[in-house]
Ligand binder design. Structure first.
Ligand code: PNS
Length: 176
């Protein structure tokens, strides 16, 4: 018999290539408001990701091992159709800075037009993650920089395997 989970469900969509501590921060905030948060990875044939969709699913599963309130899935097509299909009435998106806002606002309004039953909720990560993005994490790691405070340990390990570069040890330099 298929186990059915109850309670409120929010979808947190994205590329998550790879997941960062900023994403985890948003998931934690989502869990304070909703019973379950489902991270939904867009399968986008137009993008050349570093991690395959299956790898990104595995990374998220590992980061949230033992937490049944965090789910992970993939989707293609319209996000609002996916949300409706899985019974979610809320889409969560993180806003790090004003520069994120314009694009997110457009998407939220377009999604509302496509399906007014689904509400977008914006959440702000901790200030310490306001500059963290998957793109910058990849770039910094590839160039030998330290990212251990910015991603879960499993992501750092897999970045090291992908790029064939060692994990940079040591402490973050503090500004004097
Ligand atoms: O992490 P990203 O790349 O900023 O996530 C973007 C994402 C996946 C949320 C967005 O591209 C999306 O929802 N795509 C699905 C297709 C869709 O519904 N497009 C219309 C959005 S208004």
């Amino acid at each position: 018999m298929t186990k059915r989970h109850g309670g409120s469900l929010a979808v947190f969509p994205g590329s998550f290539d790879p997941i960062t501590n900023g994403h985890l921060d948003i998931v934690d905030r989502g869990l304070a408001v909703f019973d379950r948060v489902r991270m939904a990875i867009l399968m986008n044939p137009e993008k050349q990701p570093l991690f395959s969709v299956q790898e990104r699913v595995a990374l998220i599963r590992e980061a949230y091992r033992g937490n049944p309130r965090v789910e992970v899935d993939t989707f293609s097509g319209l996000l609002v159709d996916y949300a409706e299909r899985v019974g979610a009435s809320v889409i969560i998106r993180g806003i790090r800075a004003i520069s994120d806002f314009e694009y997110e606002f457009q998407m939220a309004l377009m999604n509302r037009r496509l399906n007014p039953q689904i509400e977008t909720v914006f959440m702000m990560p901790a200030e310490s993650y306001s500059y963290v993005s998957s793109r910058l994490v990849k770039e910094v790691f590839q160039l030998g920089g330290r990212v251990s405070d910015l991603v879960p340990p499993v992501v750092e390990k897999w970045l090291s395997e992908k790029y064939g570069t060692p994990i940079r040890a040591g402490r973050v330099r503090r500004k004097r």
